[in-house]
Every structure is written in C-alpha cells, then in structure tokens.
Design a protein around this ligand. Structure first.
Ligand SMILES: *Cc1c(COP(=O)(O)O)cnc(C)c1O
Length: 392
C-alpha cells in the first residue's frame, strides 16, 4: 500500500519524534520489547506479502473500501457540500478495526502467543477481541472498573468473542488506568503483544497506528478525485487519541490548499470539565510519550470529561501536537451539547445515527461550513448504536 509522508522531516532524522514531540519514555525493561516491535514494523511495512494480506482482510473481512457518501440533506441544511467517509460501516462499527487487523498480522509474524489491549468505551476492546478470535490467539483486555459498569454491552461482546476482560481498579478506574494496567502486564509478560488502540503511547506505536489507519485518507482522496475531479476545500475529524483523524489527514497534509480541522471532546467547554487536550493541555510526558496532556499546576495528569467515552482521555498523539505547533491543523473543542445536537441532526437528516464521538466532527463541520458552498469531507469514525440507550 502506498502511504504518503507519515513522519515530519524531523521525525525521519530522529526516529520516533515529530519535531520535539513523541519518543519512548518507558522503564528500561520495556525497551527490548519496543525495539523488537520497531524492527518488525519497519521490516513488514515494506514487505509486499504483508501488505497484500493486510489489504485482503480489509477488503474481505472489514468490507473496505468504505463509501464516500454525499450527504445531500445535511449539505442543503448547512449550505455547503459535505461528503461522509463511512467508517461506521466497517465490521464492528468503527475505524478501530483497521488498526487491529494490521497489528494482529504483525503480532502473528512476531510469534506472539497472547494479545493484550486496553479499552475505554470498549470499542477498541471489541475490535481487538474480534481479530484475536479471527486468528485464534488468546486475548486479555484491560478496562477501568468504572467503564466496565458503563459499557456493559461491549463487555458482553468481548466475552462472547472469547476474550478475558480484566478490571483496572486504580485511579479513576477509566481509560488512562486501563493503559497503565496493560503496560504493567506487558512488563511482566514480555512474550505478549500489546495491541495499542490509538495514536498514543511510546514509539513505535504512533507510527504503527498512523500507518494502518492511513487507508482512510488514501481511499478518501481517490474517491473525492473520482466524484469531484479535485481535492476537497476542507476535511474534518474528531480527535481522542488521534487515530481516525491522522488516518484521514495524512493523505492531505502536503496539500496546503486543503484546510484541516479536528474536533476535541470539549465537555462543558472549560477546564477542568473537558477532554480537549490540545486546546487546554500543557506539554509533558504521559504514558510513554512527550505531547500535550491535561494536567494540574504540578504537571500531574487530570481526569478528563467528555460525553464521548472514546474522546475521554487526558493525553493526545505527538503527531497531532506537531501539527498544532505548525498550524497545519486547527483544533477546536466541541461541547457535549453541540455534539448531541449534531448527533440528532445527522440521524434526522440522513438516517445515519453517528457515534457520539463522530458527532463532534459533524458539529464542527456544521459550524465552520455554514453557507460556504465548498467541498468537504467529514470522517464518520463510527456508528451510534452503542449510544442509543443513553439519555441525551
Ligand atoms: C475510539 C473512537 C474515537 C476516538 O479515537 P481516535 O484514536 O482519536 O480516533 C473516535 N470515534 C470512534 C467511533 C471511536 O470508537
């Protein structure tokens, strides 16, 4: 598969860094694991058979390419031309499966006998449990005790798929604690493969996740050229850790005429009730990487708040930190209320119930595109079935 420049020029010089962001700030015991993973990834990303197998599963199992759908009624309502990249139609219901397929193929080649993963809302846990079942590798998913209560349906799905769900009982008992628990298990079980779910964590994970998700933007670019004969004027995605956003953005980073927007989980709209890490965070080291983080005056990570569990994380991808610093991407907080309004609007106007995470991107697009009559792509990162039972 062709991927465009994933790394910045600086990152090519110093592997694992995007400008000053990124790196691998981990306990020494993890270093051998991460260098082994780095070597394997560098080898297989250039391997024709590996990429062929990846594309085979994306097509026959996930159902790719996902459509680029012209949202006619939404477009009319907003006064602009909006195309939706339909990641919600993928098997298991979101973009997360692109990354888990790629990483399980890597794990298989590295001889992994056990898969471990973290999950917040359970979407990445389900996508990991799915590919672990597909390839017959035992799987453990770490999940905050609080999230286990809140996301019962996804816990049942994981168990049905044969995965063991292990509660993380420290801290706020949510996603950041699940990552800590998974990293702790990884240190003690170096033969397991840690299948990380977003564009976060130590090098080489941001590279790996960015590479496997780049299929989104590569397809979208080709699809918009086919239907419009030109590049879009702007593109939009929501951002939690940053994987669906980087997946779409990469293919357009070098096209300076394409404006790029990312919607953060704004929560109530102000500190501390927010998950808008790039809008309100500070620079610091968090879970293995140097990037922005929601933290207090002493630099300790703060709990994040967003209506969307998938955006509810105090850290963020180092590549997005770099794109913010260079003003290539504009990051804006979208409040819980704005997201719920967009969630309702898309359901009523298009018959598509979006994930509440994706509704953040829709909300930002509706705001920025009002009566602009331009051509835009919005990444619909997932479907909203998981959110229907909630009282919004
Ligand atoms: C997990 C998730 C997100 C947020 O994660 P990113 O890594 O930022 O993409 C967004 N949308 C959906 C549907 C998700 O499941």
């Amino acid at each position: 598969m062709e991927t465009k420049t994933i790394l910045s020029k600086e990152a090519e010089k110093t592997p694992g860094f995007y400008g000053e962001f990124g790196g691998a700030f981990v306990p020494p015991v993890l270093e051998p694991n991460l260098s082994r993973l780095s070597e394997a990834f560098e080898k297989y990303r250039k391997d024709a058979d590996f990429n062929k197998e990846f594309l085979y599963y994306l097509k026959q199992y996930v159902g790719r390419p996902s459509p680029l759908y012209y949202a006619g009624r939404l477009s009319k309502h907003v006064g602009s031309n909006i195309y939706l990249k339909r990641e919600d139609l993928n098997h298991t219901g979101s973009h997360k499966i692109n990354n888990t397929i790629g990483q399980i193929l890597l794990a298989k080649r590295m001889g992994a006998t056990e898969i471990i993963a973290e999950t917040g809302a359970g979407q990445h846990g389900v996508a990991t449990a799915t590919v672990a079942a597909l390839f017959g590798i035992p799987c453990k998913v770490f999940m905050g005790e609080e999230d286990i209560q809140r996301q019962a349906m996804n816990v049942s799905r994981m168990k049905l798929l044969g995965t063991e769900v292990i509660p993380a009982t420290s801290g706020t008992k949510t996603l950041a604690d699940a990552v800590d628990a998974a990293l702790g298990y990884f240190v003690e079980h170096p033969d397991s493969y840690y299948l990380l779910g977003s564009q976060v964590g130590p090098h080489p994970y941001p590279n790996i996740v960015g590479y496997f998700q780049s299929v989104i933007g590569n397809e979208a670019r080709q699809q918009i050229m086919e239907t419009q004969g030109k590049l879009p004027d702007s593109i939009f995605a929501c951002i939690g850790g940053g994987s669906n956003a980087i997946g779409l953005f990469q293919a357009f980073l070098d096209d300076s005429a394409v404006r790029i927007y990312a919607a953060e989980g704004g929560g109530s709209g102000t500190m501390p009730f927010t998950a808008a890490t790039l809008s309100f965070g500070r620079l610091g080291h968090f879970q293995g990487t140097y990037s922005y983080c929601l933290s207090d005056d002493q630099g300790n990570p703060l709990p994040s708040h967003s209506i969307a569990a998938g955006l509810d994380y105090p850290g963020v991808s180092p590549q997005h930190a770099y794109l913010k610093e260079n003003n290539r991407v504009e990051y804006s907080p979208v409040t819980d209320k704005e997201a719920v309004d967009a969630y309702m609007a898309l359901s009523r106007l298009e018959g598509i119930i979006p994930a509440i995470e994706s509704a953040h991107a829709i909300a930002l697009a509706m705001k920025k595109l009002k009566d602009r009559n331009e051509v835009s792509i919005v990444n619909l990162s997932g479907r909203g079935d998981k959110d229907v039972a909630r009282d919004m």
